[in-house]
Design a protein around this ligand. Structure first.
Ligand code: F6P
Length: 360
């Protein structure tokens, strides 16, 4: 018999499809199996800074629609490191103790944090400082969290990017164009590589494999010689220019974001291939929408396993997907390294084996 507990759950970092199914699974396991209480914390750690802490009651009777809904009912943020939190007067303030106090005010026995590597690193630092019982669940469309083959949100993002390619084939063919699809993924090329193969791209460019414009152009010209009147290029947002510069855009507040490599390539390819080029930047469409069946499964499995870790008193651990098993690893291990695409990965070999141009 596991003693009664009150646990908190929060979602942190960029949203993605599958967060709500994970929340649903946590409630089913914690409330349904163990008869615990689950408090949803709003807006990531910011909900714990508020007084009273901002929470959402999660009731088992009302959570079923979460399975097929995108985003997160708890809200999230990917700004505002609590250790250097931007205040209205422009100063940065360490608000970590307020968050720890918020956890205590709610009377939590444990906290489930659903986040990517950045969020999990912050949550772990808070947990260490305040002696909080933390369990992590990896999520990110970028799939760049170490120690897990899958993070929540990745599969849906790949599905959306694949569907975009499916559509682009027809319009590219109709106009004899080269169409470049720029996808997200932060510093890793997982979305580009997976969607590129699944969606039949001719050229896939990822940050992990340096390319030459000449290689792309001669590949496209060879296709033209074979009578293939169009080509599709998928490029990950963090791919650099041929000479190694990052392509970013600044917002009004001076914050830089990836964006623009698609247009850079379009200009280069247009000149050397003599084909008309067009660019589609998929953007946040990759993060939204109905979670795919795989994301629902991964999220459900992670949610159940995270609650079970708490039942076993196993904290400072992150649930992971390895060889179709859910196991856990120390959060410290998961955040120690960034999971980029391994140039010897099976899918890189698959792409090469199918004659897809990787630009090198
Ligand atoms: O980490 C997820 C992600 O979607 C990245 O792929 C992308 O670079 C970034 O977040 C976009 O962030 P924002 O939502 O702040 O524009």
């Amino acid at each position: 018999m596991v003693e009664h507990k009150r646990i908190g759950i929060l979602t942190s970092g960029g949203d993605c499809a599958g967060l709500n199914p994970a929340i649903r699974a946590v409630v089913y396991r914690a409330v349904g199996t163990y008869s615990w209480e689950v408090m949803g914390i709003r807006q990531a750690t910011q909900g714990l800074m508020e007084r009273p802490p901002q929470t959402l009651k999660l009731e088992i009777e009302k959570i079923d629609p979460l399975l097929m809904s995108g985003g997160t009912i708890l809200g999230t943020t990917n700004k505002g490191d609590p250790f250097a939190f931007p205040m209205p007067d422009g100063t940065l303030h360490d608000r970590s103790e307020e968050i720890i106090e918020g956890y205590r005010l709610l009377g939590l026995d444990a906290l489930i944090g659903i986040g990517g590597d950045g969020s999990l690193a912050i949550l772990r630092k808070l947990a260490q400082q305040g002696n909080l019982n933390l369990v992590g669940i990896p999520k990110t469309i970028d799939n760049d969290v170490s120690c897990t083959e899958l993070s929540i949100g990745f599969n849906t993002a790949v599905k959306i990017a694949t569907e975009a390619l499916d559509r682009l084939h027809f319009t590219a063919a109709s106009h004899s164009r080269v169409i470049i699809l720029e996808v997200m993924g932060r510093d890793a090329g997982h979305i580009a590589l997976n969607a590129g193969i699944a969606g039949g791209a001719d050229v896939i460019l990822i940050p992990e494999i340096p390319y030459k414009i000449d290689n792309i152009c001669s590949y496209i010209r060879k296709r033209q010689d074979l009578g293939k009147n169009y080509s599709l290029v998928v490029v990950a947002e963090a791919v650099r220019t041929e000479t190694g510069e990052l392509v970013t855009q600044d917002d009004l507040f001076g914050k830089s974001r990836y964006g623009g490599i698609g247009h850079y390539l379009a200009d280069k390819i247009c000149v050397c291939s003599d084909a008309e080029t067009r660019v589609t930047v998929l953007g946040h469409i990759q993060r939204g929408g109905v979670p795919s069946p795989t994301d629902r499964l991964v999220a459900s499995a992670f949610g159940v396993a995270a609650v079970d870790l708490i039942a076993e008193g196993k904290y400072d651990e992150m649930v992971t997907w390895q060889n179709r098993q859910v196991v856990s690893v120390p959060i410290a291990e998961a955040i120690a390294k960034y999971r980029a695409v391994d140039p010897n990965d099976t899918l890189v070999k698959t792409a090469r084996g199918m004659g897809i141009c990787l630009g090198d």
